[in-house]
Design a protein around this ligand. Sequence first.
Ligand SMILES: [Zn+2]
Length: 447
Amino acid sequence: MPWGFRSSTPMWPRMSSCSWEMTYNTNAQVPDSAGTATAYLCGVKANEGTVGVSAATERTRCNTTQGNEVTSILRWAKDAGKSVGIVTTTRVNHATPSAAYAHSADRDWYSDNEMPPEALSQGCKDIAYQLMHNIRDIDVIMGGGRKYMYPKNRTDVEYEMDEKARGTRLDGLNLIDIWKSFKPKNKHSHFVWNRTELLKLDLYTVDYLLGLFEPGDMQYELNRNNVTDPSLSEMVEVAIQVLRKNPKGFFLLVEGGRIDHGHHEGKAKQALHEAVEMDRAIGQADNMTSLEDTLTVVTADHSHVFTFGGYTPRGNSIFGLAPMLSDTDKKPFTAILYGNGPGYKVVGGERENVSMVDYAHNNYQAQSAVPLRHETHGGEDVAVFAKGPMAHLLHGVHEQNYIPHVMAYAACIGANLNHCTQASSAGSPAPGPLLLPLALLPLRSLF
Ligand SMILES: [Zn+2]
């Protein structure tokens, strides 16, 4: 082994590394976010649409869940005494975060209102319920999804007139109250629903933080209300300040989840501004952690059928036109296009002339080859960037479910701990970071 990290060197390698991961689900070439989140959080590939369960669970079939649950690196970190957190711009019970704490045959079971009667009668629980009950001491939870926490028809605190923002729960539970009731009385637990309240908190005294800033997903960064909604990078800053107080270290999952939504809508400008905010969040995390004791992994769960071409010159706006007309239909075209999606436009039997529309608008839908209401994911491999202890293990091409095993190996958490004790029992110096708090920050959804 090139760095001799098992037993012969006093220091584990700390470096930056880049690799590729294969994202397919067990039953799908082109994956969805539920199966992929299960892969890179729980370490096993799964069927599309399922979270926190092995491939023995079939989507929508509640009775295939029991016995097939798999646990996540968030749970492994918690069991090892680390603090743990989830930060997302989607609903906190959306596919990606839910694989960290839930076991569900269907990613769409946000609350019991979205579940079929058969699944309810067979005893399956919705994902919001599982968020509050499965791992009761998750230290930080931030994102959207308020409505799934409240009884059916309860008015939302922010959008009082909006019926779609009202509570959804058929069981009448108030999951915010339940979240509070599970926290020790001698600890400081705070629920906040807007940015002003969040930024007023004295984070040195906060032990548990639940921030739910929208009834559903959070707003796109370009549309964000700076009074009511924190940015992704602000949430990351707050989360790390709370989590890093634990001398044993922390695990934080950060999702720039609306990058994906921008693409599904064919709105490249929204998607790319979400990606820029994700980049700021990575920079924020970088400023607040050290290469010496923090493994940071940045990746996407899957790709999209999103392209950038047309021989544009340097300095051209990425949202601009290619410098030539099509040599076939004699019309201009944008540098950004989609393979499929809602931007397919035919006017008078021909492809729309984009110079007649505002293609630089925030909500412009780039042209696609095939009409679809929702643009699809892509099936190709995606990049994985890593730095910190054991980052070199993310090098070359890997299956997506390899990622949490690398993180667990580096942190000496989870089931496979032999290498952690072998080093010291062999009489060689124990690897340095083994004795130090190790923080893990997977940050995802670049694409
Ligand atoms: Zn998607």
